[in-house]
Design a protein around this ligand. Sequence first.
Ligand code: GLP
Length: 235
Amino acid sequence: MEIIVLSRSQACQYAVDKIAQVLTQTNGKATLGLATGGTMTPLYAKLCQSNLDFSHATSFNLDEYVGLAPDNPQSYHYYMNDQLFFKKPFWKSYLPQGNTADAAVAAKAYHEKLVTTPRDLQLLGIGENGHIGFNEPGSSPTSITRVLPLTESTRRANSRYFDDEKAVPTHAISMGLSEILAAKQIILIAFGQKKAKAIYQMTQRPPHPDCPASFLQNHPNTVVLCDTAAASLLK
Ligand code: GLP
């Protein structure tokens, strides 16, 4: 696992360049794993400003809240349409279906789709408690897409995007760690002091379910892009 400390703008440019490389290598037909959250916003803005063409590419998002419809502004469907897809349409874009009568059935369908469509590049953010996607502490490296309860700390951290903490859904459908680790290449981005502890645990401690992101140490091609604040606990 390579750790690179950069400014936020340089980190986003680094990711844009890697995405461009993968598009070139695949004649535009790349399959990208995409993430949501504030960290990804400046990166998607750069992609929108670029001349990259995603019209033959496929995307798979990491996760979606259970119970939110795609037109709900807090849903990840809405986020992706707003930040990327409306401006840069993909050939096909997949997200887990959170607003369904049976989320477990939606999770299984998503897993089956992932198995047949390997990702060339997976983008990741990280939660303050070391989660990736919504794989909260305790997640197994062999986990697959499933319905997960969100921890209180994650609901509190994500409440900044909602009217109040009570409005944050209690469950999400998330890609599992095994599916994330199946991507050929992974870029994890972390900005800000609030991510420093998670970055320390992910990179400096042996892989452990207490910090799900630490299993990325076992992946052969992962780059961690941090700003100085997120890297502040590293030697
Ligand atoms: C959510 C998402 C994660 C994301 C994390 C950090 O919990 N499920 O995929 O990495 O938030 O988000 P932010 O970038 O807003 O700090």
